[in-house]
Design a binder for this molecule. Sequence first.
Ligand SMILES: C[S@@+](CC[C@H](N)C(=O)[O-])C[C@H]1O[C@@H](n2cnc3c(N)ncnc32)[C@H](O)[C@@H]1O
Length: 169
Amino acid sequence: MNDEKLRSLADPEFEQYFLVSPEKLSLLLRAAEIQPNDRVLEVGAGAGTVARNLPPCKSLTLVELDDRLIEILRDAVPHAQVIQGDALHLVHELPFDVLIGNLPNTVTESLIDTLPSLSFRTAVLAVGQSTNLDHLRGKYAVTEVTTITGDDFRPSQPSVSRIVKVTRR
Ligand SMILES: C[S@@+](CC[C@H](N)C(=O)[O-])C[C@H]1O[C@@H](n2cnc3c(N)ncnc32)[C@H](O)[C@@H]1O
């Protein structure tokens, strides 16, 4: 999908900025360490710019709240199961080994609070610059992968986010 189409799809109400930087996508994918037997869940999958770059895995499920993007995701990533709904509810219902998410910061912070109640091996999440992750550090190793901002996205994202990797100790 070209830049113009991504810009026209983006709805500020949903804080939609789609990650397109090949360098940042590659860092994100490397951090996720997806194995062929993994069940992968991406929450807030947007237009599929991350999902279509994911390596082969046992199953790929994409959750997106905005119903305008559901058919676009199905076309962009035909091998994925695409579900319209709220990630904060669906993470409790869907099984996964690897979780990937670049959601609005307030949603991510709620997701982070709920992580200890979920069963997974690795989560790779975009978080705000000031999002506090200290409460995860006892149970999980939390490492910073990279920062993403500006022209890493279409449209350009005004704020800076951090991609963090969370793995069970
Ligand atoms: C910043 S965009 C990122 C899209 C994609 N992950 C990427 O990096 O290109 C955030 C996406 O999360 C979706 N979203 C917002 N709240 C959500 C929620 N509660 N559950 C699922 N998706 C949500 C938005 O509609 C939007 O597509």
